[in-house]
Design a protein. Sequence first.
Length: 172
Amino acid sequence: MKIRVAGFANDSIVDGPGLRYTIFTQGCMHNCKGCQNPHTHALEGGYEIDIDEIIEKLKANPLLDGVTISGGEPFLQPEACSELARRVKELNLSVITYTGFTFENLIKNEASQQLLRETDVLVDGPFVETKKSLALLFRGSKNQRLIDVKRSLMEHEAILCDIDEYGDLCFA
């Protein structure tokens, strides 16, 4: 299966806890003012890559703690992103997914639910430039939430994650 991407960050420490491999999906319709990745917006931009190629890159780096699926908007490619996330989980790596949608909207869509089930932490909500904060870990604006997806799916409501003094995510 192929996925359309804008690019990758092989060794990220800003897209979640630990050392992460970040995949920037291509295509986004949110058009958030001040977006840090405007080059990812065009639906026909970027390039397609086979998920097998990405998995081989992950296997080549034993220091990785997890994978972050960002964008663009990953939920515009829910089937490909859920397949990617499932394969990442088979490598015993965590999955963080960024989205401009809210958890409450995503759970209404079956295709989105597939990706949610393979995601450990969801960073949801559009970037809002007037709520921008450089003090936030793993988020750009104060309206965005860090959601414990497994618990949230069980409880049928968004359950937030905390961040400890070391920048690690804490699950209740």
